[in-house]
Design a protein. Structure first.
Length: 247
């Protein structure tokens, strides 16, 4: 019985450690500042971008979030949704190249949004919603570099951009992919097509963005469970072998 208990205990320990290690790695891999949805149609109008900020520290809270909007391909008509406990400061900048729209020429655009006054505790996250009037049409993606400040003074800079074919950087910046416009439908108005594409994207953003951001975590979790099962199987085999001579 002593050998039996020792073997069983070792098998259980191996399985538990393997599973815990994989799940911990999955949690770290998914704890980045991200933008949702992760894609919109080029030139989409009247939509919402959600910046999700998780707290990665065990002994400090997130007290400040700064999101920088690109000005070379500006996002027009930016409005900030009131956030309970947080105060938003919106900074605008002169555009090097003014943007011509149906309502006139735009010479200024929002370049930075800073949220302060609130707190994101350990094991928590906060969603910051930003409405826009129109996205640019002349680029394939928008990068929103972000700074996350903690109560202990530590600042995490989510500003790194992934190179083509390279692994994801340690502190990647949130990236919004811009896809080709939907083809014109019955009403023949490109604006209506872009709006429809934006609406469809918003209604599916919860499931699609969660699936995209958590795919790695799910894969690692499944791998951990497989490792645990194999560990238990190995332990059971060892138990059978240890008891065979006694039989």
């Amino acid at each position: 019985m002593s050998a039996y208990r020792t073997t069983l205990r070792r098998a259980g320990t191996v399985a538990a450690l393997a599973t815990a290690g994989v799940l911990a790695a999955a949690g770290v891999a998914s704890a980045h500042v991200t933008v949702h949805p992760d894609s919109y149609a080029k030139g989409a109008t009247d939509g919402v971008l959600t910046f999700r900020v998780p707290n990665e520290e065990d002994k400090a809270s997130t007290t400040k979030v700064q999101v920088y909007l690109p000005t070379d391909h500006p996002v027009l008509g930016v409005l900030v949704t009131p956030q309970n406990g947080w105060t938003a400061k919106v900074t605008t900048s002169k555009l090097k190249t003014p943007v011509k729209t149906d309502d006139g020429t735009i010479t200024d655009a929002v370049s930075e949004i800073t949220w302060t006054g609130g707190k994101i505790g350990a094991g928590q996250f906060e969603d910051f919603n930003v409405a826009f009037g129109q996205l640019p049409e002349d680029t394939d993606q928008l990068t929103f570099k972000t700074l996350q400040t903690y109560s202990d003074g530590n600042v995490v800079r989510w500003i790194e951009e992934a190179a083509a074919g390279a692994d994801e950087p340690e502190n990647p910046a949130p990236v919004l992919k811009l896809t080709a416009k939907a083809s014109e439908d019955g009403d023949g108005t490109p604006a209506a097509s872009a709006s429809a594409a934006a609406t469809a994207t918003k209604t599916t953003s919860a499931s699609s963005s969660s699936s995209s951001s958590d795919s790695t975590a799910r894969g690692l979790g499944i791998a951990g469970l497989i490792v645990g099962v194999l560990g238990l199987a190995a332990g059971a085999f060892a138990i059978v072998r240890s008891r065979s001579p006694q039989s």
